[in-house]
Write a new protein. Structure first.
Length: 652
């Protein structure tokens, strides 16, 4: 343009006094371009900034020095420049008293840069005369900032982000269209008002938040606030604010960008609520539940699962679930095994708890599938303790087995389904078989050639109260064997000793069979004597009166053996198999055997060593002066043979 944008004071005769010198000095330190005009528009005084500007820019501007009519210069430029015409009109209105002050922003571009100035004009009185003070201030930086913010605002309008610029006091200077849509205030309503009056920002604590003053030393602040719309409704926004600086690095204002995060916050709240509900559900179910990552590591475990594993959640997270999982056979389960599990079919396994104990469990592993519908992103494993179920199943199985064996035993008793086997008892000194222990067996009703050993039915028969009936069967058939001339030992159970008619039955059977009582020895255990002390003593004395003999079986394992030796008419002590079996290698067992032999001789009793499995054991018993021996080395139990005594080959 051809009319000046000036600031400063030049020399003037009107200010030759000291007071004028001071006034000029004040004008000279003013950064803006300043001139004082007379009432007709003649430039009377300019400051140095005005002088420098006119000199630096040359041309028509050189004609705007002291003595030049500034209004005429503006009028000449007004013919081609609308801005000059507006300035001329404004200045004339101020001089005429129509306006108290006139302001205009206008471009004044140089070849190498864009420049903007702000023209301010007002009247003043000097020595009773009207003067016009004209100030041209360079606002290029602020204008550039506004243009930059406006450009950014237009860009951010496309992503629905509100852009607001304020001065350092928080007064709105720019209000983007997105801000209009977001907050409900138009730019005309918002600009010039403090930001806090428009949005009422609230922090997480529910208190008013001065986010402009919260900007850090780094020059920015970011956070989530609750703000208000023009209609009073509130919503959450994510806000980022920063200082705007001038060319000298000094902050001149603030610019903030805010985005409505209502949908995100609602989604987060819904997700958090769903997580709380899901956690409440998983925490309350009676089964253990854990979530595994693709590597099989636990990322969540409910309280029931922690109790089953005997761990705290901090000890379980990040650990592979298969660390505690063992197969039914006891081998550790590989994590890859989870991939092959059918989620519809529970798998029985065992958990090895932190304390080393095992808990039988049943579990299902359901894979979590990724968005592509193929990749497994982990598993949800639900497992339960099946100890009670297994115990219940075992009880049911036992009850079924007991019922089945009860039927078998009753059928055997009714249909003579038992059979007697014998095992020889040898006199160690002579090698003679001097007695045969009668052992009851059961024929398999489904396969008569199959013989069922006593361990399969005798314990159950005792539990079900059928042992006395079996004992009576053995007594009847055993005395028949004795009647054929074979010396026999017959075992009696503790429950049979409780029967007060047992001795009478034996007496009756001896008469019926004609068996020699001297060939009949009844074998009872220390346990049976302790369980039925009075009745057992009565039976023992009556059996002795009938001419039968008595053997005390498993001697050395109980606490009532010595008392029995004093009170009962015992004839033989059968040394417990535990002391005989390892007598060759265990000195302690040899000492026990020797002590029993010494005790038996003191009472005038014979001793029997049970469980002789080899020649070395037989030699030890001979060395310890045991009288009789019995065991697989001397003869296994077998079907009853004709009652004939025979010698056992020496050195067998």
């Amino acid at each position: 343009m051809t009319w000046p944008a000036v600031a400063g004071l030049g020399p003037t005769p009107s200010l030759a006094s000291d007071r004028g010198v001071v006034a000029r000095s004040v004008f000279d330190v003013w950064d803006a371009n300043v001139a004082v005009l007379t009432a007709d528009g003649t430039i009377e005084v300019v400051n140095r900034a005005w002088e420098r500007f006119t000199t630096d820019n040359g041309g028509a501007l050189a004609r705007t020095g002291v003595g030049t009519n500034y209004l005429e210069v503006c009028a000449q430029a007004a013919a081609t420049e609308p801005t000059a015409a507006a300035a001329l009109d404004g200045l004339q209105q101020v001089l005429a008293g129509a306006l108290p002050e006139y302001t205009l922003e206008y471009p004044c571009h140089a070849p190498s840069e864009e420049r903007w100035f702000r023209l301010t004009a007002r009247t003043m009185t000097v020595a009773g005369e009207t003067r016009l003070l004209v100030v041209h201030e360079n606002v290029s930086d602020r204008r550039a900032l506004q243009n930059d913010v406006r450009a950014r605002s237009l860009l951010l309008d496309q992503v629905d982000a509100a852009v607001i610029a304020t001065d350092l006091d928080g007064v709105v200077r720019l209000w983007s269209r997105a801000a209009e849509r977001l907050y409900g205030w138009s730019a005309g309503e918002a600009i010039g008002r403090p930001i806090y009056q428009l949005v009422h920002p609230m922090g997480a604590d529910g208190r008013a938040h001065a986010f402009v003053g919260a900007v850090s030393e780094q020059g920015c602040w970011e956070g989530q606030l609750t703000v208000a719309r023009a209609d009073g409704s509130c919503f959450p926004v994510q806000v980022r604010t920063a200082y705007v600086h001038d060319a000298d690095g000094e902050p001149t204002g603030m610019v903030g960008v805010s985005i409505d995060v209502s949908a995100r916050v609602a989604m987060e709240e819904q997700l958090a609520r769903s997580n709380r509900e899901l956690k409440a559900i998983t925490d309350s179910i009676g089964d253990g539940l854990c979530v595994l990552d693709p590597e099989g590591r636990i990322s969540y475990i409910n309280p029931r699962g922690q109790r089953l594993l005997d761990v705290y959640v901090t000890e379980a997270l990040g650990v592979r679930f298969t660390t505690w999982l063992h197969s039914v056979e006891g081998t550790r389960v590989d994590p890859a095994y989870l991939t092959a599990i059918d989620p519809e079919k529970p798998v029985e396994s065992a958990l090895v708890r932190a304390d080393g104990t095992e808990v039988p469990i049943e579990y299902v592993a359901t894979p979590m599938v990724g968005r592509n519908g193929h990749d497994t992103t982990g598993w949800v494993v639900v497992f339960r303790d099946i100890s009670e179920r297994r115990a219940r199943d075992a009880r049911l199985h036992l009850e079924v087995e007991q019922a089945r064996w009860l039927g078998r035993i009753r059928d055997a008793l009714a249909n003579d389904g038992f059979v007697l086997h014998t095992q020889p008892i040898v006199e160690i000194a002579t090698g003679e078989v001097v007695q045969h222990e009668l052992l009851v067996r059961m024929r398999d009703p489904e396969d008569p050639d199959n013989i069922i050993p006593p361990g399969m039915f005798l314990p159950l028969a005792e539990e079900l109260g059928l042992a006395p009936a079996i004992d009576r069967w053995v007594l009847r058939h055993g005395l028949q064997v004795a009647a054929s001339g074979l010396p026999v030992q017959i075992n009696l159970s503790a429950t049979s000793l409780d029967d007060q008619t047992l001795a009478h039955l034996i007496e009756q059977l001896l008469e019926e069979t004609g068996a020699d009582p001297g060939r009949v020895m009844f074998e009872i255990t220390e346990t049976a004597l302790l369980d039925s002390e009075v009745l057992a003593a009565r039976f023992a004395h009556r059996a002795h009166e009938l001419g039968c003999t008595l053997a005390l079986d498993d001697f050395g394992t109980g606490y009532g053996g010595f008392t029995s030796l004093k009170q009962l008419p015992i004839d033989e002590l059968k040394i417990d198999i535990e002391f005989v079996r390892d007598a060759v290698t265990n000195p302690a067992s040899r000492h026990v055997v020797a002590a029993v032999v010494s005790l038996a001789r003191a009472f005038g009793l014979r001793t029997v060593g049970e469980g002789v499995e080899d020649q070395a054991t037989l030699d030890i018993l001979r060395e310890l002066q045991v009288d009789l021996a019995q065991g697989y080395y001397l003869g296994r139990p077998g079907p009853l043979a004709p009652a004939h005594s025979h010698r056992v080959r020496e050195g067998r």
